[in-house]
Design a protein around this ligand. Sequence first.
Ligand code: 5AD
Ligand code: FES
Length: 359
Amino acid sequence: MKAILFMDMDLRKTIDKIKDTRTIAPDELKMLLECTDNADLEYLYGKAREVADGIFHKDVYLRGLIEFTNYCKNDCYYCGIRCSNRKAERYRLSEDEIMKCCDTGAMLGFKTFVLQGGEDPFFNDDKICDIVRKIKEKYPKHAVTLSIGEKSYESYKRFFDAGADRYLLRHETANEEHYAKLHPSSLSGANRKQCLRNLKEIGYQVGCGIMVGTPFQTVGNIYEDILFMQELQPHMIGIGPFIAHKDTPFKDEPDGSVKDTLVLLALLRLLFPKVLLPATTALGTADATGREKGILAGANVIMPNLSPVNVRGKYLLYDGKICTGEEAAECNECMKRRIGSVGYHVADSRGDHPDMQVV
Ligand code: 5AD
Ligand code: FES
């Protein structure tokens, strides 16, 4: 009994130390990921909330997600829209359809549009620039985020010059050997990281991130992810549990844990106080109230779906994805309610990183 009490104190001291120094050691990460005591976990989440609330004052930012193509030339082993999945029903939105999504989003009060898609050669640089320009012409005060994978420095620069503000590109894992176990040899962890450095250099607000609980992932890998993030200093970090997709090579692999995801969200909040941290759709899929739990563990961004309902069921990166039947307005109302239910509220600013405020 005494020993347990001593351990608890130890853990809480460690949490305080991580908060104060914004650093973590490998054994501390291991200890926290192994922690199953609810009171201790609540202590961690509480500290993360303290940090988030001190900066964001219980604001949660909504980003309207437009999944504009599920064609992809890549073949990532975990992903439902990988090119080898012949069962995926492919679609592309037209420019008009994309603009309609933005109109809906603007009407609902979203200040950011996230254009996400597979790596689809049909949408060449000219087309992407055209779309970005059109959106920014109509909505100059809104932010445009791109999430369309690995491109050359020149392409990223062209999108930025066309008006794109932010770019999401999860690094997936910072460890090259682990990266090679999740991707075919045509893709490399080194190039992935270089893309992120390029994006940052160009001037984007940049988001990296990982899946929690991917096959072969070790605590050591996650530690390397943290080191990479400390080097990159991203503005956003997207993490969510790995969820198996039935038509991929990882179909029989176990899903990532919700608890581990929450622990990592909280740790990332302590390590990167100002970072924009989404409670992801995957987290909401793995647990019916996962996104609310994410907010209570330090997350401050939610990305409701703005894609037209007729294509939503086709953008399936993993099984069981939520919100595939709801209209954008329904998701918006639902999210507002959920955010309110845990004592937070939807912000009406653009939600730029505190160090990247656009005046
Ligand atoms: N489970 C959870 N997340 C996934 N992603 C892709 N496939 C899955 C899956 N099976 C994540 C990847 C990618 C992001 C858009 O979605 O991290 O970068
Ligand atoms: Fe889409 Fe709740 S957010 S239904």
